[in-house]
Design a binder for this molecule. Structure first.
Ligand code: BGC
Length: 517
């Protein structure tokens, strides 16, 4: 058992030291006796009491007791129970979501214009692991732009040299020309750093992590900006042409041989090491998944039948928005209304790193407005959109100190809230947990839908990348718990693995695989 767990239970149990100490020992003893798998976190199970496959019946009462042991004055006023109800996603709802998602995937594969875009990526083969050579790759994912030189050494081994640049808000929301000129400038600097002549012909893979309607392996038009981008003149334009234009202006002789989504790159780069990889997922600033589909399952595909008879599909699952299935709260609605892309990317707005902190911020402002938090006082920082970062949630969820001292540092030193009480901090921590658990459970439903659609419940590696999966405490284990609820024993065959730089390596590999198409 996680040594910190009793302290967490202690923290939630009561503010009165003596009672807490007694309850602490009782909880610790009960938890120690509660059977759970090595990597399942017991307190994460509390929000899905109908989780039959993973929780033995006699464990449930103890787990429930921990869940509802919130500070008594709060419980009396009903705040946390109300929030728990709103943010809890039952097993039943998750099952419904999986069935619905599978149907939506089928619709998107049959025809364009459905919620799930199910975009054929033109990537028709997976690597053997023996590919070799040096390739350039560009990666525009969210807030960062990278230029990479990827050396494929064969036997699944790679070496990467790269430079990373922050994409400022001005660039994100300015003119497309300025954005692409910035990319060319970064490439030029990188070549200079490596002492390479820009007039020498080279090819590169371009990871562009937005919904692109792909027309060929190296051509595609932007269908929609997400993640705070709105640069003008790019929508409906071929992003490869825009890049080529900027490169020509900067006198750089580079040809784009592959245009790739980050999920596709993640899948392909992981498959270079593990041939059982059929799915690539990103839980980062945004979220999305790609998987290998049989060509006969893609009725809308009118191109030539590839020899492999398969094609990687970019699902663009972030756009999923079924209100009758997703547990959309008033806070999600407020966030969506105020976003740069209202009514779009609803699933993404419930689970990805750009938005999780913002959901928490909305909940906290609500609790402040009713006087239930911080004695009704807010701060300028907290009232500013997107100032409660998802990284703060990670810090708060990781804080198992008795007084929640790191939570205090976040709230007081960073967010400028005054003299917070331990009780305040417990509530904030619990809100973070509710939002974080919901995100992980919804993410698991997405993965379960894909492996179900592929009919690969017997063995499948899911390559996962992105800051939320990498850094958010318990995210991966919460996902695994939910997968067990959804798939029962078959969940053991679905291996979620941290991917390594899919966006860079993947683009280079796809350039290697498809460079001659
Ligand atoms: C984009 C996807 C991308 C995902 C993860 C989403 O906002 O629409 O294309 O794969 O973010 O980066």
């Amino acid at each position: 058992m996680d040594l910190d767990t009793p302290f967490f239970i202690f923290g939630l149990t009561t503010g009165v030291a003596l009672t807490a100490a007694v309850q602490y020992f009782i909880s610790a003893w009960t938890a120690a006796k509660t059977p759970h798998s090595k990597d399942s976190t017991p307190r994460d199970s509390v929000h899905h009491p109908d989780a039959s496959p993973i929780t033995s019946p006699d464990a449930l009462p103890a787990i429930r007791r921990q869940s509802w042991n919130v500070p008594s004055f709060v419980a009396a006023e009903g705040t946390l129970p109300r929030l728990e109800r709103e943010f809890t996603v039952s097993s039943h709802r998750l099952q419904t979501m999986v069935r619905h998602l599978v149907n939506e995937m089928k619709k998107g594969l049959a025809q364009d214009g459905h919620t799930l875009k199910m975009i054929p990526s033109y990537v028709i083969s997976r690597p053997t692991g023996f590919e070799t050579g040096s390739y350039f790759a560009l990666d525009l994912g969210g807030s960062n732009f990278r230029v990479c030189l990827v050396i494929l050494e064969g036997q699944g081994r790679t070496r990467v040299r790269q430079t990373k640049h922050i994409v400022s808000d001005e660039l994100k929301t300015g003119s497309g020309e300025a954005l692409f000129d910035f990319f060319a400038e970064c490439i030029s600097k990188f070549l200079q750093e490596l002492g390479l002549d820009p007039s020498e012909a080279r090819s590169l893979g371009f990871t562009f992590s937005f919904p692109i309607e792909q027309h060929a392996i190296n051509s595609g038009t932007l269908m929609q900006w997400n993640k705070g981008f709105s640069a003008t003149g790019v929508l409906k334009a071929d992003v490869v042409e825009l890049l080529n234009k900027a490169l020509k202006k900067a006198r750089i002789n580079v040809k784009v041989t592959a245009l790739v989504n980050d999920t596709v790159g993640t899948l392909i780069s992981h498959a270079y090491r593990d041939p059982q990889t059929y799915v690539g997922v990103i839980f980062g600033t945004g979220t999305n998944a790609a998987y290998v589909e049989r060509i006969e399952e893609i009725p809308k595909w009118t191109g030539p039948i590839p020899p492999t008879k398969e094609m990687v599909i970019n699902t663009e699952w972030g756009a999923y928005d079924e209100a009758s299935v997703l547990p959309i709260t008033s806070f999600d609605r407020d966030l969506d209304r105020a976003s740069t892309n209202p009514r779009k990317q609803i699933f993404e707005k419930m689970i990805s790193g750009m938005y999780l902190g913002e959901i928490v911020r909305y909940v906290l402002l609500d609790l402040i407005s009713t006087g239930e938090l911080f004695k009704g006082r807010s701060s300028q920082t907290l009232t500013t959109p997107y100032q409660f970062e998802t990284a703060y949630m990670s810090r708060i969820e990781r804080d198992h100190s008795l007084e929640l001292s790191d939570t205090k540092a976040v709230l007081e030193d960073i967010l400028g809230l005054q003299a917070t009480t331990v009780q305040d901090r417990r509530i904030v921590k619990h809100v973070c947990e509710l939002v974080g658990i919901r995100a992980a459970r919804l993410s698991a439903a997405g993965v379960a839908a894909i492996v179900t659609k592929m009919n690969r419940l017997d063995a499948c590696t899911v390559a996962v990348d992105g800051s939320v999966f990498q850094n958010y405490p318990h995210f991966a284990n919460r996902m695994r718990d939910a997968l067990r609820e959804l798939l029962g024993i078959m969940a053991e065959n679905i291996v979620l693995e941290q991917a390594r730089d899919g966006s860079g390596e993947g683009a280079a590999l796809i350039a290697a695989l498809h460079g001659h198409d």
